[in-house]
Write a protein that binds this ligand. Structure first.
Ligand SMILES: NC(=O)c1ccc[n+]([C@@H]2O[C@H](COP(=O)([O-])OP(=O)(O)OC[C@H]3O[C@@H](n4cnc5c(N)ncnc54)[C@H](O)[C@@H]3O)[C@@H](O)[C@H]2O)c1
Length: 302
């Protein structure tokens, strides 16, 4: 079914989201406070740029909000959407804003759902779909179906949790990675090599539960008993992260973070990631055991 989709905010994420939905054959309209950003994103998505929120959401069945991560800004934007459109599902791409706080400012909070894409949005398959306090299951199901039909791998959470799933898993790993470097056990280069040469390739094919199954649950019982008590329990950003960020070493976007980066680094990374994911699709196609396996979004939490 062709949906009429408004994408609000055409920055890093909105432009990619517009492309995903445009390529899937939907009618995409794009609004951004910067007309040039809206025009570029609309062109790359085969959609149309709009010069107001009202024009973008008029008659839309789905609204995708990808504006900056500021609660008051998003609340004001959603109020504008609600004033101009009474029907559409409103999906926010927020990474960290509390869904309840966002919903609390709405006239009809049952319209709100989170569709959390990953950068680059048109390359990384995962989209986390998260209900707000008043979101009906039918809305979650509709977003999951829309995203799966557009070629994404949606995973629907049963309820909101800080950081959803992916950022919680990343944060747990990054906490320990920085702890190991701060203790002097290894350098950032060495920790990254452990991931890219070992853990990462396995994780491209099997998640933590399948990796535990493959290794043996008896083994993993001993490993977790032995290591859990020794892991970092830090409850704030470690100094090596905080101090770099405070001094303007922001990573690829400033040219220097833990490592030095040139301006093309994000583009090259996106291209290599796309090639890797394509190789995985080819590999999956050759494994008869994977045939008929349900989509990532179909599991029900236990
Ligand atoms: N960058 C990421 O890796 C990432 C990943 C997942 C989710 N997100 C989330 O996606 C959202 C957008 O992030 P981004 O990285 O694309 O930011 P960005 O700064 O690249 O883009 C935001 C865009 O919104 C526009 N904008 C500002 N005010 C607006 C308004 N009132 N109405 C419409 N457009 C407006 C800006 O001009 C800009 O083009 C945030 O909620 C962020 O948390 C980001």
């Amino acid at each position: 079914m062709v949906e009429s989709i408004a994408v609000l905010g055409a920055g890093i994420m909105g432009a990619g989201i517009a492309r995903v939905l445009g390529r899937a054959g939907h009618d995409v309209r794009v609004f951004d406070v910067r007309a040039d950003a809206a025009a570029r994103a609309a062109e790359s998505a085969g959609g149309s740029p709009c010069d107001s929120v009202e024009a973008a959401v008029d008659g839309a069945t789905i609204v995708l909000e990808a504006a900056p991560e500021r609660l008051e800004l998003k609340r004001a934007l959603l109020a504008e959407v609600e004033a101009a459109n009474r029907e559409a599902i409103i999906a926010s791409n927020t990474s960290s804003i509390d869904v309840a706080a966002l919903a609390a400012g709405m006239r009809d909070p049952s319209r709100l759902v989170i569709a959390h894409f990953f950068n680059p949005a048109d390359t990384v398959p995962l989209v986390e779909v998260v209900p707000g306090p008043a979101t009906p299951q039918a809305t979650v199901d509709r977003m999951v179906a829309l995203l799966a039909e557009a070629g994404k791998a949606p995973v629907a959470l049963a309820e909101q949790v800080e950081g959803f799933i992916a950022n919680r898993l990343q944060a747990a790993l990054y906490r320990e990675a920085m702890h190991l470097v701060e203790r002097g056990v290894a350098t950032p280069e060495q920790v990254d090599a452990v991931v890219t040469a070992g853990l990462g390739p396995r994780w491209a094919l099997a998640g933590p539960f399948e990796v535990m199954d493959l290794g043996g649950l008896d083994v993993w019982t001993s490993v977790t008993d032995g290591i859990f008590p020794t892991l970092s329990g830090a409850s704030a950003a470690p100094a090596m992260l905080r101090e770099r960020a405070a001094s303007g070493e922001l990573g690829a976007k400033s040219g220097q973070g833990f490592f030095a980066h040139d301006a093309d680094a994000p583009v090259r990374f996106a291209a290599r990631l796309a090639a890797l994911l394509e190789a995985r699709v080819q590999l999956d196609a050759t494994d008869p055991a994977l045939e008929g396996r349900g989509s990532a979004g179909e599991g029900s939490p236990t």
